[in-house]
Design a protein around this ligand. Sequence first.
Ligand SMILES: O=C[C@H](O)[C@H](O)[C@H](O)COP(=O)(O)O
Length: 227
Amino acid sequence: MEQLEMYKKLAGEKAVEYIEDGMTIGLGSGSTVYWMMKKVSELVKDGLTIQGVPTSKRTEGWAKEFGIPLVDFSNVEKIDVAIDGADEIDSELQLAKGGGGSLVREKIVDILAEKFIVIADKTKLVKTLGKFPLPVEVVPFGYEVTAKRIANLGATPVLRMKDGKVFVSDNGNYILDCQFQAIEQPELLHEEIKGLVGVVETGLFVNMADIVIIGNEQGTEIITKNR
Ligand SMILES: O=C[C@H](O)[C@H](O)[C@H](O)COP(=O)(O)O
C-alpha cells in the first residue's frame, strides 16, 4: 500500500476507538472515511450495535456493501459521533471540505454531532486555509451570476467538471471551486459567501471539529481544540 493511503488508513481506523455500542454515527465521505467504514464493518460483524447516517450516496453504497446498518436521517434526534475527512485543516482546526462534492450533506450531519472527529493524512495540515480551491455548492440556475458575485469577493471560481460533463452533487447542484488567496478569516468568508443569492453552502467548516486524527509516519497524532 502506498504511504499516503497507509496514513489515511491509520487515521480512519484510530477514529473507530471513539465509537461505543448503541451509538448513532455520522458517516462522512471520502477516501479516508472508507478505511474508517471498513473497520466499523469488522466491529459490526463482531457484534457492535450501531446505526449510521451517511453523508453521501457513495458512503451509503459502502455502508450497504460492508453491512453497516443505516438509519433514516428523518428519524434521528441526535448523532453521538460524526467521523469525516477534510481537504485542509488549519492550526485552529478550521476545515475546508468538499473535494469530493459532498459538503452539504456532510455539514448537515457533522454539525448535529455531539463529537465531530476529523480524520486525515498529514498532508492536509496547513497553517492557513486557501491553497486548496474552496468548494462552494450553488444552485444550477444562474450559476454564472453567482460565480461573478463570488469572484467579487476575491476568488477565481471554476465550475467543477467530471468526465467531460458538469459535476452534479448528490443534491442536484453545481460546485464552484474557488481559489482565494490565504483564508485568514474563515468564519467571515463563509458568511460573506453564504450571504450571496444562489449559494447553497460553502466547504468551510468553522468551529466544528472537536478532535482531529492525523495519520503519519509515527502512527497517529490526536489534536484537540483545547490543546
Ligand atoms: O466532499 C468530500 C469530503 O469533504 C471529503 O471528506 C474530503 O474531500 C476529504 O476526502 P479524502 O479523505 O478522500 O481526502
